[in-house]
Design a protein around this ligand. Structure first.
Ligand code: RB5
Length: 149
C-alpha cells in the first residue's frame, strides 16, 4: 500500500501518479488534499507520513509545488526518510543507500513523464543494506536525541 499526499499545487502531479499506480495495479491510499483550494502542505505530509511510519503503508509519495516543503514536513515524523527528488539517479540512490520510505516531487519542477520515471526507480530499487544500514541506524539515533560523537 502506498500513501499519497499533496497540497493544492501538487494535486495535478499526484493525480498523474494515481493514474500510473492504477495502470500498475498498485494499491494506494490518498490522504488529501482533494481539491485545488489553497491549503497547507504540512497537514497532508503528516497524515501520509504517519501512515508510513505506523506500517499501514509501506511507502509514500508526496507532491507540492517544489517537493521541498512537503518533504521537510514529512521528515519531522519519526521513522520517515523522505527524499525530495527531481532526477532518476537520486531516486534510485535514495532507495539503494538511504532506504528512503517516502518520495516527494514538485509539480512545478518535474513534468509528468519524468515524474513517472522517478516513481518507477523509487518503487523498484531495493535497499542495499550493509554499511548503509549502520548509517540509517545513526539517523534513528539522532531521532532519539542520542549523541553520535
Ligand atoms: C504553494 O504555493 C507552495 O509554496 C508549496 O506547494 C510548496 O512548493 C512549498 O514547499
Amino acid at each position: 500500500m502506498i500513501a499519497l499526499g499533496s497540497d493544492h499545487a501538487g494535486l495535478p502531479l499526484k493525480q498523474e501518479i494515481m493514474a500510473m499506480l492504477d495502470e500498475m495495479h498498485l494499491p494506494y491510499k490518498d490522504f488529501g488534499t482533494y481539491t485545488t483550494d489553497s491549503c497547507d502542505y504540512a497537514v497532508f505530509a503528516q497524515r501520509a507520513a504517519r501512515a508510513v511510519a505506523s506500517g499501514e503503508c509501506e511507502r509514500g509519495i508526496l507532491c507540492c509545488g517544489t517537493g521541498i516543503g512537503i518533504s521537510i514536513a514529512a521528515n519531522k515524523v519519526k521513522g520517515i526518510r523522505c527524499v525530495a527528488c527531481s532526477d532518476c539517479f537520486s531516486a534510485k540512490m535514495s532507495r539503494a543507500h538511504n532506504d528512503a520510505n517516502m518520495l516527494a516531487m514538485g509539480a512545478r519542477v518535474v513534468g509528468p513523464e519524468l515524474a513517472r520515471m522517478i516513481v518507477t526507480f523509487f518503487l523498484t530499487t531495493d535497499f542495499e543494506g550493509g554499511r548503509h544500514q549502520r548509517r540509517i541506524d545513526q539517523i534513528a539515533s539522532i531521532e532519539r536525541g542520542e549523541d553520535l560523537g
